[in-house]
Design a protein around this ligand. Structure first.
Ligand code: MUC
Ligand code: MG
Length: 367
């Protein structure tokens, strides 16, 4: 079997509810759909969400790196020789989302060729994941209304609150209002996207003491190594590395240097192959993992469920899987359903992301 072509198709789908967070905001899914074609007529597909404020990649850079740099060196390889494709991609530094998307498309291709769901090829642990919903910047009462609505409509009982605002009182108030309004049984955790200093994060932890928050993600820039290490040592809850740990090397550096003591795995930037390496590091070291969301479409969210449900360690916590609900539309032919707070894997060959051709024609921006 041989790879005969790779397409990187830019498209844009507006959000009806933009998401705001400390490092940026999203009001349009200006993503890239990657399709890997083969001489057997089987095609693998995956979605790339550009996040310039997180990794420096843009829609244009992802399209170019995939089509102009990777494709010429990868065409002709057997898609099952994944390590050879990775050797090609390793020759270009960074560009994690472009690389992760190619990797997921290869796994999709493998599943479709073998006639097996990729969640089984990866591990086959379970058939669904509990959903955590991400709450962006909003006044405290609106955050509570949104959380209550998601609890009622979808059965979601875990919420990640975007924080990292100044004055700190904005986020501290939001934590108190959410806990008061949602009750003790709902899980709440924080993600500051590097918005604070380590010392500010410490103040927030002190002033939210007793609220039962479970995790604190990227409180400050991981490059502020000394103060961040002090925070990790003193924090009563795990400090999660997210954008500081896109690769297995980054994860080991941050864990070993005390920059974090839990890891957020995102398939959008690590693919399934590097996500497996990161997961192995974490389980080996006894470190908790979360399945994060790169503000993914339904195509991307399906990839996260596929990886998360495949392993025991990634299924323990709720995965961040519901941002697509804020989009006005999607490319997935059969929409994802959230029932009783859970999303199921698809028991079809591959990852299960069948693309609606008419919608792709409508939203693609290159024609
Ligand atoms: C997250 O967990 O940080 C926001 C920026 C980004 O790159 O991902 C999102 C969610
Ligand atoms: Mg994060």
């Amino acid at each position: 079997m041989k790879i005969t072509g790779i397409e990187a198709i830019p498209y844009a789908i507006p959000y009806h509810h933009p998401l705001k967070f400390a490092s940026g905001a999203v009001d349009t899914a200006d993503h890239v759909l990657v399709r890997i074609h083969t001489d057997e007529g089987i095609t693998g597909v995956a979605d790339a969400p550009p996040r310039p404020y997180t990794y420096g990649e843009t829609q244009v850079s992802i399209k170019n790196i995939v089509e102009e740099v990777f494709a010429p060196q990868v065409i002709g390889l057997d898609p099952f020789d994944r390590e050879k494709v990775h050797a090609v991609m390793r020759r270009t530094i960074n560009n994690q989302v472009a690389k992760g998307t190619v990797d997921i498309a290869l796994w999709d291709l493998a599943g479709r060729t073998l006639g097996r769901p990729v969640h089984q090829l990866l591990g086959g642990w379970t058939d669904s994941m509990r959903v955590s919903h991400m709450l962006g910047f909003k006044p405290a009462q609106e955050l509570l209304d949104e959380a209550l609505r998601f609890g009622e409509e979808y059965g979601i009982t875990t919420f990640k609150l975007k924080v990292g605002r100044r004055p700190l009182s904005l986020d501290i108030e939001a934590c108190h209002v959410l806990r008061e309004g949602l009750g003790a049984d709902v899980e709440l955790y924080l993600d500051a996207n590097r918005g604070w200093t380590a010392n500010e994060a410490m103040q927030v932890l002190q002033q939210t003491d007793g609220l039962g928050l479970t995790l604190l993600e990227e409180p400050c820039d991981a490059k502020e190594a000394m103060s961040r290490r002090r925070l990790v040592e003193k924090s009563p809850i795990p400090v999660v590395g997210d954008e500081s740990v896109p690769t297995a090397g980054d994860a080991s550096r941050e864990l070993l240097s005390g920059g974090c003591n839990a890891i957020c795995i995102k398939t959008a930037r690590s693919g399934f192959t590097e996500a497996t390496e990161i997961l192995g590091l974490c389980t080996g070291l006894g470190v908790d993992v979360t399945m994060g969301n790169q503000i993914d479409t339904q195509v991307g969210s399906l990839a996260t469920v596929t990886f998360g449900a495949a392993h025991e360690a990634t299924s323990r916590r709720a995965g961040e899987l519901s941002n697509f609900l804020d989009m006005s539309d999607d490319l997935l032919a059969e929409p994802i359903a959230i029932a009783n707070g859970r999303i199921s894997v698809r028991d079809v060959p591959g990852v299960g992301a069948e693309i609606d051709g008419e919608k792709l024609s409508r939203y693609r921006t290159d024609r």
